[in-house]
Design a protein. Sequence first.
Length: 286
Amino acid sequence: MAKGRELKGRIKSVENTRKITRTMEMVATSRMKRAQDRVIAARPYANVLADVIASLYSAELAERFPLLRQPERARNAAVVLLTSNRGLCGAFNSNLIREARNLLGTLEHQGVTGELHVVGRKGIGYFKYVGRPLVTARTDITDRPTADDAASLVDDLMARFIRGELDAVNVVYAQFRSALSTPPTVQRILPVEPPKTKGVARDYLLFPSAEEILSELLPSYVRNQMYRALVETAAGEQGARRTAMKNATDNAGEMLNTLRRTFNRARQAQITQEIAEIVGGAAALE
């Protein structure tokens, strides 16, 4: 019955694993709902902000704002990669890392010097392993990012862009479309490209002036772009973890069915053998 005891141990181990993955699936589902609510709540403000900037933008004003400066040829570019601090979310982090590597390769092929800024332990661990130098490495941003987190990430990059040390800033993040669709996405947040208006343009009464309003709105717009990337990546992480844990739970259930069938067959074979030995012994005594 050694084989039977071994199968019993494996069944117990798989049952315990399935309980863990099921619990993690439920936790990820709850966190994903809250993260999805933050994504939805961030969209109206971002849309109105983009609409106001598009209405105020003009070629004459654009020449006065460094954040709108469009360099003829990019020489230095920053890549901000957003990953998670934890694993067990399938290929979520590896897809983001691959997208960042492809972007850096494209920039270097074009003769652009790319510097890498990474958020999240998974991205930091990978690039340290391959020996890629990191300008900044942040692990303090949780799965509940705030506007202050976004400002701390992008304010220094904005200052360097204004001084002319950087010609572009790109963000690699997970775009949250649904719980099952979180594709890695590259978005250039600097220089600011004038948003395109949708629908009827609004006529604003400007006070004190369009120039002073833009000087306040443009940094807010860049910070908001970074904030949206953070909240969408956080929602994407929970969606990917929920999917991974659901698949693990389903696989554990299938494995349990196989192990139980194997155990029952082994037990039936042993019982049949014991009966045959009893019958054979009884026949020998007659």
